[in-house]
Design a protein around this ligand. Structure first.
Ligand code: CLR
Length: 385
């Protein structure tokens, strides 16, 4: 639980790092950061944040109307934000630089079926290394709910903060009791990484994100930090409007990392002050060589033990192996085959639902989960990593 406070010698390496990000824009993952800011966790683990309150995810299936379904989706979404954006500060002392996944890196897990909520399964694959893109599929089959999405980032530096534009989107699909399905297009907020001067970075959310249902209901979520709506950090306001109307039927506001209220009734909307439920994974011994925790095992141990020499030696091994793999593929004229996802240049769901709220950009690519996957020949050689 020790809060990461940089020492004197760390301060000079931090200053050098800050200078390098100030004159940089694009892919932060490629910058070398000072050891004290390194996290032992790979970005492929992050999609698990979507389901750390599994009962809110499964509850979406029990909605009695389109309106109620949109309310429950918004409630679940807001309740994921604390985990997504503040959990490293709680666990590691500050926001840190995650391990940059290799192409083909995998992360699997599940949340068990408790009290009839159904089991929820998670599949994550690193689908690109340059630029880093992570694809995920989360499904509660018993309840007929799934979330498919991908995540990439564009970073820039402004006013002493790192600005992170999230690229990618998620689609939540709900099978309806009477047959048919409802889809929700979820766009992602912009992040600002503050606290850089003090060497203890943390995230603030900014601007607006949307959840557009195929029924027409639309949630518009506005994010503000210190000194805006309420003067507090991590503030949001959300409004939910019915099909074809811009007049809100419901508005909610509060702190996404604590509680929020229904503005009209004054009742509690979200409350994330109780503990969340981390994803269950196999032990490292049982994992495949491409699974994140096994792949990064010795690097992560080095970082955790403060043995950065071992960490960087082990990291170089992985990177060299990857470089060799790319060279071999080039020489053989072959291409890396994704294991669980198919890339599409333009996502028809994004285009169709994005139009309803004038999404910008009007079109985006997507990684579609391949239900009956057939591991390609490249994966057969995975054990020689
Ligand atoms: C990934 C997708 C998740 C939400 C999320 C949370 C934190 C973000 C991360 C995403 C992407 C990588 C990120 C990270 C915070 C810091 C880190 C932007 C969007 C960058 C690469 C590291 C910056 C280094 C500083 C801490 C100095 O759903």
């Amino acid at each position: 639980e020790a809060r990461t406070r940089p020492s004197k010698s760390q301060k000079s390496s931090w200053a050098t790092f800050l200078k390098s990000i100030a004159s940089f824009s694009g892919d932060l993952s490629s910058l070398t950061a000072p050891p004290f800011i390194l996290s032992p966790i790979s970005l492929t683990e992050f999609p698990a944040y979507w389901c750390e309150r599994p009962e809110l995810f499964s509850a979406i299936a029990d909605a009695k109307s389109d309106e109620e379904r949109s309310i429950l989706v918004l409630k679940w979404f807001i309740s994921t934000l604390k985990g997504q954006y503040t959990s490293r500060n709680e666990k590691l002392g500050s926001e840190k630089k995650p391990l940059n996944p290799v192409l083909g890196e995998l992360f699997y897990g599940y949340w068990p079926d408790i009290n009839g909520r159904g089991q929820t399964d998670l599949v994550v694959e690193q689908v690109s290394h340059h630029p880093p893109i992570t694809a995920y599929y989360i499904a509660n089959e018993a309840k007929g709910i799934s979330l498919q999405g991908h995540s990439a980032q564009k970073t820039s530096f402004s006013g002493g903060s790192i600005i992170v534009k999230q690229i990618g989107h998620a689609v939540l699909t709900v099978n309806l009791p009477g047959g048919g399905k409802e889809e929700f297009l979820i766009t992602l907020p912009r992040l600002r990484i503050d606290g850089l001067w003090y060497g203890s970075p943390y995230i603030e959310l900014a601007e607006t994100s949307y959840i557009q249902s195929s029924t027409g209901w639309l949630s518009t979520i506005e994010y503000k930090g210190k000194g805006y709506f309420s003067g507090k950090s991590h503030t949001f306001k959300a409004s939910l409007s019915p099909p074809g109307s811009s007049h809100a039927a419901h508005t909610y506001e509060g702190l996404w990392h604590q509680t929020s209220k229904d503005v009209r009734t004054g009742t509690i909307f979200t409350d994330v002050t109780s503990p969340k439920e981390e994803v269950t994974v196999k032990s490292v011994e049982e994992m495949d060589d491409w699974e994140s925790r096994r792949l990064w095992r010795w690097v992560a141990k080095g970082i955790r033990d403060g043995d950065f020499e071992t960490a960087s030696k082990e990291k170089s091994k992985i990177e060299n192996e990857q470089r060799q793999r790319r060279k071999d593929e080039q020489a053989a004229g072959t291409q890396w085959q994704l294991k669980h996802f198919d890339h599409v240049d333009s996502d028809p769901i994004y285009e169709r639902l994005g139009k309803l709220f004038k999404a910008n950009p009007p079109t985006e690519d997507a990684y579609v989960y391949r239900h009956n996957h057939n591991p390609g020949p490249t994966q057969a050689a995975a054990s020689d990593l």
